[in-house]
Design a protein around this ligand. Sequence first.
Ligand SMILES: Nc1ncnc2c1ncn2[C@@H]1O[C@H](COP(=O)(O)OP(=O)(O)OP(=O)(O)O)[C@@H](O)[C@H]1O
Ligand SMILES: [Mg+2]
Length: 265
Amino acid sequence: MSEVLLTVSSAEVDIDGSRILRGVTLEVRHGELVALMGRNGVGKTTTLRALMGLRPLRSGVMTLGSTDLTKLDTASRARAGLGYVPQGRDIFPHLTVEENLRISLVTHGIKGAAAREGLDEVYTLFPILKQFVARKGGVLSGGQQQQLAIGRALLTQPKLLLLDEPTEGIQPSIIEEIGDTLKKLKSPPVAAAIEQAQHDTEEIKGAIKTLRRTRAGLSILLVEQYVDFCRAIADRFYAMDRGAVTISGPIADLTDEVVKEHLQV
Ligand SMILES: Nc1ncnc2c1ncn2[C@@H]1O[C@H](COP(=O)(O)OP(=O)(O)OP(=O)(O)O)[C@@H](O)[C@H]1O
Ligand SMILES: [Mg+2]
């Protein structure tokens, strides 16, 4: 088994006097894609925000390789090798694809040849972004926006990518559920929406798979509630409940029984 890249040990976080993380412990090895799962409000985003230094730890330890992250501010954590794609994607709707990427280059002080190579790499990975380079972020489909957000995070050459619910807002699980019933009624707008959602999800899945193939060694911590998506791309999973990990294992252990007990509402 490969070396451990990220270690989170007994991480505790308070928000407004409430204990939100109650001792989160997990690890990600080099080249691994690890899914961090759990129902709404269990602390998945808080875990990622704490990793980025956007939420202070009350106690616990977070290390990336031999670097103690807890001593670093957010910019230094990015320099140390963390890339972050926040929930909701946070792209600028009124700026073009290229402007969205360039803002990240400026923010991180990446200039000249390094900047050009960074952009080239993103456009090679995600050709749709090159095709739509002059399009406004706000008019892209959900799947394309997610590729833009991932591309933007890659510009800092991270060792570990933190992805927060890339399929959110696309809601394939909900659409699939009601979809099966509604499809029978042959309602054209709904059928089209289902098709678009499935297409977007496939597009995101494809983007992550491409990334893993071309960036060997890149590790990914994927926060996600869409079970089949995780089954399709993750190596291992952790399930959280009320601020702590309740079960973990290889992705093959994410059985329907585990989903029912730990992940379903
Ligand atoms: N800014 C905040 N102020 C107050 N409470 C917060 C804040 N951010 C998060 N919380 C609380 O912390 C808990 C964990 O939130 P978090 O966003 O980490 O959950 P999550 O697992 O990412 O949920 P979701 O799947 O809905 O995104 C929730 O109960 C939430 O209400
Ligand atoms: Mg969240």
